[in-house]
Write a protein that binds this ligand. Sequence first.
Ligand SMILES: C[S@@+](CC[C@H](N)C(=O)[O-])C[C@H]1O[C@@H](n2cnc3c(N)ncnc32)[C@H](O)[C@@H]1O
Length: 275
Amino acid sequence: MSDDGYAWQRAERELTEIDTSVPHSARIWNYWLGGKDNFPVDQAAGDQYVRTFPGILDIARLTREFLKRSVRYMAADAGLRQFLDLGTGLPTVDNTHEVAQRIAPDAKIVYVDNDPLVLTHAHALLTSTPQGTTDFVDADLRRPDVILEAAARTLDLDRPVGLTFMGVLGHITDDDEVRTLVRALVDGLAPGSHLVICDGYDVVSPEFVQAQDDYDEGGSVPYRLRDRAQILGFFGDLDLLDPGLVPSPEWRPETEQVGPAPQIRPLAGIAVKPA
Ligand SMILES: C[S@@+](CC[C@H](N)C(=O)[O-])C[C@H]1O[C@@H](n2cnc3c(N)ncnc32)[C@H](O)[C@@H]1O
């Protein structure tokens, strides 16, 4: 656990900055996942979304399931011991460090988010095993330079890192900006690093578009619904591992699908930075 006081001082300062008058992505996501770290304004926005497009609850659940499966893959099969989790969200069961450290107790994890409430809950993310380390960085995704410098306090950037973007890239609505920031982060990491993206959709229904339009107009940071070609572009020239960029339940499933598959699934893929 990081004990330099950095996260705690910031948490105290940022506590006064939590705005409960507008809905926030991290808090609405937490509400959809059944968490308690949200306010009436987030519940109202989340309920309105679900009324128009109930499938968002499947999307939130599938995104978390893929987070766990992908981190397990990277720790167990790829042998990675370092993770950089961007757009972490509020703590829930099975956060990245818990999944990774169950397999590799010495794993090091750096979490990055720019939401003040996520920052105040950082203590729940800093519960590392004694052999491992976790840290939390209060930063915007659009500042890869700041993120890499802060991550280097905990991670050895000359060794491979698992870089994860789970349900966050849609918050950066400009495609060029996403390509630039993903590229800058990957460039700052060692060969053998893995780029993990879960975002975009195999199909988009009119109800989904309507729910997202209403959400975007409700004062939250907008989220862009992207198709497969757009998400594929964010991997640049990196080689995707099998089975490629696919609906998340189809990325190396560990259990059989029970019941009918959700109509709309997030897309998921993992690529590796070559030597
Ligand atoms: C939909 S939640 C996903 C949370 C988590 N990754 C998961 O899959 O459960 C999106 C998260 O990204 C964070 N976020 C949004 N825009 C961001 C930005 N520009 N920089 C850093 N974090 C951001 C939000 O605060 C929120 O916690």
